[in-house]
Each structure stands twice: as structure tokens, then as C-alpha cells.
Design a binder for this molecule. Structure first.
Ligand code: GLU
Length: 308
């Protein structure tokens, strides 16, 4: 096996030299301020070792990567009942599309498009106050990352609360079909805070360990059942990159979930959990260089789940 640390350094050097870096998300004003030259990567191996390079210790807004952790929590809370409210098929549409919701009568295609994630957050919120639900999600993220320094970036949460009209529209539309249990403003308050969780690549790679190790963190702590971990990985592979999920599977060959902050969490089942961060996005809203870096990494390490 090639040397992982050296491979990461080479990838960081290559990515620093790239001139085509994509566009930083500007529909959330606070995210538009991020320096597009940032690049970090971290790999947590199942044997407990961690290799990391570049801006791997700088916290960034994980945005939709949080949908993976929210789904994990919701499955733990209500189990398979969740699948009555959200589907398990790729959408082939933009992350914030409203079109499909009309003809599929308010049941989103999957938990990783915005509408689906809003339903998942709504399930976590049920029976709690928004403040408690936000606390539960943050505590879970901290526990997974093994770091109390994981926080919710208040400025990002506020920025999105003030401008996230399309997400509010998705929630209101689902409410009209009876697929939202809580008031729209309460569910969206929790959703915007969940998206504003900030972590470094090193923390995020560690947080995703349970997906690579049959539902247990690399230190042995059980997070979910092996079945749940397997299913979450399947959804990441098929739905984790919005309308570019097929392209990600084709190029990178492992389950992954992107966020508009430019982060990607990816799993090499049985082997490693990977986090990469480069803020510039491609047309589908996924990290441009993050995807390229993962493609190089899985190729160099022979990590595609589809073989070499
Ligand atoms: N908070 C973002 C939104 O809801 C998440 C989207 C993403 O990261 O892909 O618009």
C-alpha cells in the first residue's frame, strides 16, 4: 500500500496549485467570506491512526454533511418509521429543488436533499423544544468527533435564518401535505443551526468512523447497528452529492456526503473515514477540488469499493 501521509502531502501540493477552484457559496452571505484557497484533508484509519495535511485543523461550516449525523440520530430515535416520511432514491435534482415535492405529494426523495433533511430534523425535534433538539445534535457531533471544541457558528446560523427563504418554502410546502410535525419556524430554526456546525477535517474524519466500522467508532464505542451504518453508506453513495451523485460514484467510488461549505465526508468501508475541505463548489453545489482530491486519493490507495 502506498504511504498515506506522503500521498496526502502530494494531493495538498497539487490542489494548492490548481487555478480552477470553483465558486464559494454566496447564497448564505456568511459563507461567501471564506477564503477559496483553503484546502484540508484528514483520514482516520480503522486501526486508530490519523493522517492529515493542509488546513486540516481549521474549522469550517459542515453544512449538509450534518445531514448524515442527523439521519443517524433520527434512525436511532424512530427507526424504520422514518421511511414513511422520506424516500431512499436519488433525486436527480438540485439540493434545494421544490419541483419533485409537488408530484410526490410532499414526501422528499431522500434524506440528503434539503427537503428530506428538513423532515429528518423535524423527526428529531418532535417532543422537544428547538433549543433541546439543537443541543442534542451538537452533543452528538461532539461525541462523534471526540472534541468539545465543535461548535455551532452563530453567525452562519443567523445568516442562513435571514436568507433561507427557499428552505422555509420547502418546509411550508411539506407542512401542507402533513409531512411536518412541528411549526415551520421551529423546524427551520433547528435545521439552520444544525447546518452551521463547524468542525475541522481531522474532527470530521474521526466523527465519521462509525460508518467505516459497522456502526462502532474506531475506539469501539457503538453508535448505531451495523445494518444502520450499511444503509447510511448506501444512501451516501446513491444520494450524497445531489444531482452529481452518479458522477461522484463513477469518479471516486466510495460513499460520500458533501456540504456547501466545501466539505465532504467519505467512507472506505472497513478501512477509513475521510474528510476533505475546499470551499469552491462545482455547478451541482459540491466541492470542486474536494471531489478531485478524493478521486486522486481513492485511486492512489486502491480504495474504490468497486475494485481496482
Ligand atoms: N444549509 C444549506 C442549505 O440548506 C445546506 C446545503 C448544502 O450544504 O448542500 O441550503
Amino acid at each position: 500500500m502506498p504511504d498515506l501521509a506522503a500521498t496526502l502531502e502530494t494531493i495538498v501540493d497539487d490542489m494548492r496549485r490548481e487555478t480552477e477552484r470553483g465558486a464559494v457559496a454566496d447564497y448564505i452571505p456568511e459563507l461567501a467570506k471564506i477564503d477559496p484557497r483553503k484546502f484540508g484533508v484528514a483520514v482516520a484509519l480503522a486501526d486508530g491512526r490519523v493522517a492529515a495535511a493542509g488546513d486540516c485543523d481549521e474549522p469550517f461550516s459542515i453544512q449538509s454533511v450534518s445531514k448524515v449525523f442527523a439521519l443517524t440520530l433520527a434512525l436511532g430515535k424512530i427507526g424504520d418509521a422514518l421511511w414513511r416520511r422520506v424516500g431512499r432514491e436519488p433525486s436527480g435534482n438540485a439540493f434545494n429543488s421544490i419541483i419533485q415535492l409537488e408530484y410526490e405529494r410532499g414526501v422528499p426523495r431522500n434524506p440528503f436533499i434539503n427537503a428530506g433533511a428538513i423532515v429528518v430534523t423535524d423527526a428529531i425535534l418532535a417532543g422537544h423544544k428547538p433549543r433541546e433538539a439543537i443541543g442534542m445534535i451538537l452533543r452528538f457531533a461532539r461525541e462523534l468527533a471526540g472534541a468539545d471544541s465543535v461548535v455551532i457558528d452563530g453567525a452562519v446560523a443567523k445568516s442562513e435564518s435571514e436568507t433561507g427563504f427557499r428552505n422555509v418554502a420547502l418546509a411550508a410546502y411539506m407542512k401542507s401535505f402533513g409531512n411536518l410535525l412541528n411549526p415551520v419556524d421551529m423546524t427551520m430554526g433547528v435545521y439552520f443551526h444544525q447546518c452551521a456546525i463547524a468542525m475541522s477535517c481531522r474532527q470530521l474524519a474521526r466523527a465519521g468512523g462509525y460508518l467505516a466500522a459497522h456502526g462502532r467508532q474506531f475506539d469501539g464505542h457503538r453508535v448505531v447497528t451495523p445494518e444502520a451504518a450499511r444503509r447510511i453508506n448506501a444512501l451516501m453513495l446513491t444520494c450524497g452529492h445531489y444531482a452529481a451523485s452518479g458522477d461522484f460514484a463513477f469518479r471516486v467510488g466510495i460513499p460520500g456526503k458533501s456540504g456547501v461549505g466545501g466539505g465532504v465526508l467519505a467512507t472506505v468501508p472497513g478501512v477509513a473515514s475521510i474528510a476533505v475541505w475546499s470551499p469552491g463548489l462545482n455547478a451541482a453545489g459540491n466541492s470542486l477540488l474536494g471531489t478531485l482530491a478524493l478521486e486522486r486519493l481513492t485511486h492512489a490507495m486502491d480504495w474504490s469499493i468497486f475494485g481496482d
